[in-house]
Design a binder for this molecule. Structure first.
Ligand code: FDA
Length: 319
């Protein structure tokens, strides 16, 4: 109930206007967001890299409403890619949302922006991951992913959501094409004809998909490469200790080397677990969002964990 309401608020323009006008809202959001400027993000890249953690940078933004806005978002992504290009020691790549670069406006406009982003990433010797959004965009995202692969871009990966029934078939097909896949549970509100309504079923599907991905990584001898910038085929993105334990044990059982897969977590969440995995010799990548468009991202983080709502409220009382 609370989750659905917060996800509704994440998309409501009136709520965005209201919440972003409260100073204490940014104070709470900044636990999950590296800062508003690219310099803030690059500082966090250096800090995390020093701890042995790789990064993926997200210049926050989604659902642009005009071609000009989608162009601005594309230019912002170019700036992030150029910053990584300028610092060859930075172990980082970039994550983007296709609605950020015009998917909701016009697919061919979005395809053009995506192709220019991939070309810019190639010049800067790095990799781009497509985040996966809600189901009106799933097919379109997967289609554009394949379009770019057919055009010869190999520096691209995609995310898949364990809560969707369709994801097993999507993942098998993506892995046959040796794709770099990030497995997440799914952060949006989906109807029961599209997504498992029960958390236990999502978790069981997550483990099944992790197993399929880890098998594919072993079969393809996939490894972390390019100075930590290009991820292995399998990225297990979760803070759920049971899912992490399952993936670790399964990879060990079949003999997948530790650099044959990576764990991914969000900035500001379970730092202890991130560092513990690094100590154990695992590859860890942290998703680092930054920029002014933090509202929908932040609301989804509140929706994931009711305790975050109390943290938000307590910041209000701190004044
Ligand atoms: P679960 O929600 O069961 O949480 C397990 C534990 O993790 C909790 O008990 C708590 O300790 C901690 N935790 C989880 N969320 C927290 C939060 N917000 N605040 C504090 N603690 C929290 N989704 C999507 O639909 N498309 C995408 O492209 C991506 N991309 C993405 C990248 C990366 C690197 C990650 C880690 C996640 C995503 N997600 C995503 C989000 C994902 O779908 C999911 O909503 C969150 O990861 C929460 O699910 P967990 O797997 O962590 O499990």
């Amino acid at each position: 109930m609370l989750r659905s309401f917060l996800i509704y608020l994440s998309k409501a323009a009136w709520a965005q206007k209201l919440v972003t006008s409260w100073g204490f809202a940014w104070r709470t959001a900044s636990r999950f967001v590296a800062g508003t400027r690219l310099e803030d993000a690059m500082r966090v890249v250096r800090e995390l890299n020093a701890k042995g953690i790789n990064v993926t940078l997200d210049h926050l933004g989604e659902h642009t409403n005009t071609p000009e806005e989608s162009q601005q978002a594309t230019d912002d992504i170019f700036a992030t890619l150029d910053a990584l290009g300028a610092d060859s020691s930075a172990r980082g790549n970039v994550s983007i949302k296709l609605t950020q670069i015009g998917l909701g406006l016009d697919e061919s406009l979005c395809a053009g922006n995506l192709e220019r982003i991939l070309a810019r990433a190639k010049q800067n010797n790095t990799f781009v991951r497509l985040d996966i959004e809600d189901t009106p965009y799933t097919d379109k995202t997967i289609n554009l992913y394949y379009m770019m692969r057919e055009k010869g871009y190999s520096n691209i990966g995609i995310a898949v959501q364990a809560y969707l029934y369709r994801t097993e078939a999507d993942t098998r097909r993506l892995l046959e094409d040796k794709s770099h896949v990030r497995l997440v549970k799914g952060a949006y509100k989906e109807p029961p004809d599209k997504a498992f309504p029960k958390k236990a079923d999502v978790d069981a599907n997550y483990d099944l998909l992790a197993k399929i991905m880890i098998d594919a990584s072993l079969a393809n001898e996939s490894k972390l490469s390019n100075g930590g910038r290009v991820p292995p085929m399998s990225a297990i993105a979760s803070h759920d200790e049971k899912r992490i334990k399952f993936a670790k044990q399964y990879a060990e059982k079949i003999g997948l080397p530790k650099d044959g897969f990576e764990f991914q977590m969000l900035y500001g969440i379970r730092r202890d677990l991130q560092e513990q995995l690094v100590k154990e010799g695992h590859c860890v990548r942290v998703y680092v969002p930054f920029g002014l468009q933090w509202y929908p991202y932040f609301m989804r983080r509140l929706a994931e964990r009711p305790a975050n709502v109390w943290f938000f409220i307590s910041n209000f009382f701190k004044g």
